[in-house]
Design a protein around this ligand. Structure first.
Ligand SMILES: [Zn+2]
Length: 175
């Protein structure tokens, strides 16, 4: 089942068609028990709550016999675990690839007053590295230095589109 959707209307449409499409629960693999279970909100940068996706429940009520677990489906332009959107992460990564310093890239991308989270973002990128490389067929390691593997992998990962596009196309959170 796809996890990322390009718009809330596409996500709403998918959650209305769960029965018709006989979508399987990824936990118990049965179909016919999935129902929409409300939207998922996250406090965005600046303190405003924004909708980042929808919750789907494998229902064990009202004549259904699902496993009772929930699944989250997300909007591709949001990073599920992050206050900033995919556009900020995209700007950060492109800036890094252009050779701009990590702290400056972070502050330019997020308008943050302090760069203290810049290295947290770098750590998140590094943690994703093995998974990206396992899904990419051919990645050159041309640079030397601490980002010798990370930067070519990032460039290859985003070769065919934006961070939001990559979440939809590859069905996984960017980081
Ligand atoms: Zn289930």
């Amino acid at each position: 089942m796809p996890t990322f959707f390009s718009s809330l209307s596409e996500l709403d449409q998918r959650s209305r068609q769960l029965d018709a499409l006989a979508v399987q629960c990824p936990h118990c693999l049965c179909s016919g028990n999935l129902i929409g279970h409300g939207r998922v909100f996250r406090k965005a940068h600046g303190g405003i709550s924004v909708c980042v996706g929808k919750r789907i429940r494998c229902s064990a009520r009202y004549g259904r016999n699902g496993c009772g677990r929930t699944i989250r489906l997300y909007l591709a332009h949001r990073i599920p675990s992050l206050q900033h959107g995919a556009d900020a992460v995209q700007a950060f990564v492109l800036s890094l690839l252009a050779g701009v310093r990590v702290d400056i890239s972070y502050q330019n991308a997020t308008s943050a007053l302090s760069p203290r989270n810049a290295w947290r973002w770098m750590n998140r990128l590094r943690r994703r590295l093995p998974e990206w490389r396992s899904r990419l067929m051919d990645v050159a390691s041309v640079r030397s230095g601490p980002f010798a593997v990370l930067f070519p992998t990032l460039a290859a990962w985003l070769n065919s589109g934006s961070v939001a596009d990559s979440q939809t196309a590859r069905n996984m959170a960017f980081f």
